[in-house]
Design a protein around this ligand. Structure first.
Ligand SMILES: [Fe+2]
Ligand SMILES: [Fe+2]
Length: 306
């Protein structure tokens, strides 16, 4: 259920509560102290005035908040169509990242549905999470040609710096294009404070003065369940894709290992995920990744005789 709908239901429940409260109070007063038709009428009118005034006051006070949520909801809904100029640019200038993005969005939205959080917000957040890669697409493995690696001539620190920068570049690009703050949070938090391990390990092999801080994203860690789900779907998609032909068992192990790793690193500390939800998330990720990456049994090709 999305936030707008939740706020609508809460608003309706409070208004109903106010009306119910005053109707009950007036009924009790009438039963106990009314002596004639005039007193009875007086209390009924008084209760109706109080009830109507408080309801009106509450609606007027709450309407800007409700309107803001409704506007944000409409803007997010519009971004789901993928026709936004930024998404069109991503598909042309970084096709590998665009493909990765759509896969992450499908995996994450399905996982969100499985645990009952906002799957629309998750999907749209995932669409934009790597939008900053538009600026230097060739430095990301998913956009590189098989025998060409732009990092070959760089120091590990320089490579990590370029990779980490896709977060800040994405935030700037999104702000310039008036992307809502709720979506910018996904860009900013999807790597949390994790480390660019590949280049960190590479640097450690060549120099003893390697500082871990040079290889870390600046965060913050995901601050919502939806962003935590995108963080997991993002790493899972990239990891499973790097296996040539992952088996069902390998996919299950990858999901379990990566979720444990992120929990131990504390990256999911602010996502309000329960043990029960983690079980459902694991199941959903395994099902999605199997459906996308697991090679099915090859059927024999038809011969002329067949
Ligand atoms: Fe990223
Ligand atoms: Fe990504």
């Amino acid at each position: 259920m999305n936030k707008t709908l939740r706020y609508g239901i809460v608003l309706a429940a409070i208004i109903t509560g106010i009306n119910l409260f005053f109707s009950t109070i007036s009924y009790i007063i009438i039963l106990n102290i009314s002596q004639n038709a005039f007193t009875e009428l007086f209390f009924i009118v008084l209760a109706a005035i109080l009830s109507a005034s408080l309801t009106t006051y509450f609606i007027v006070a709450a309407s800007p908040i409700f309107k803001e949520y409704l506007t944000t909801f409409r803007r997010i809904l519009r971004l789901e169509s993928l026709s936004h100029p930024l998404m069109v640019r991503l598909s042309h200038e970084a096709p590998g990242t665009y493909h990765h993005t759509l896969t992450v969005a499908n995996i994450a939205a399905r996982a969100s549905k499985a645990i009952g959080v906002d799957s629309l917000l998750t999907r749209v957040g995932a669409y934009y999470h790597d939008i900053g890669k538009i600026m230097d697409p060739d430095f990301y493995v998913e956009n590189q040609a098989p025998n060409k690696n732009n990092h070959d001539d760089l120091l590990p620190q320089e490579s990590a710096k370029i990779i980490i920068e896709h977060v800040q570049k994405g935030i700037e690009l999104a702000k310039e294009n008036h992307i809502p703050a709720e979506i910018i949070n996904f860009i900013q938090q999807h790597h949390g404070t994790s480390t660019v391990n590949y280049f960190y390990e590479k640097s450690k092999q060549s120099t003893e003065s390697t500082k871990k801080a040079d290889f870390k994203y600046s965060g913050p860690k995901p601050q919502s369940t939806e962003i935590g789900i995108v963080m997991l779907a993002d790493i899972l998609e990239a990891t499973v894709r790097s296996h040539p032909n992952p088996t069902v068992q390998e996919i299950r192990e990858t999901v379990n290992t990566i979720i444990e790793q992120k929990i131990n690193e504390g990256q999911l500390d602010n996502c309000n995920l329960t043990a029960k939800q983690f079980v459902k998330l694991r199941r959903s990720f395994i099902e999605s990744l199997n459906a996308i990456f697991h090679q099915r049994i090859q059927y024999p090709k038809k011969t002329a005789k067949n």
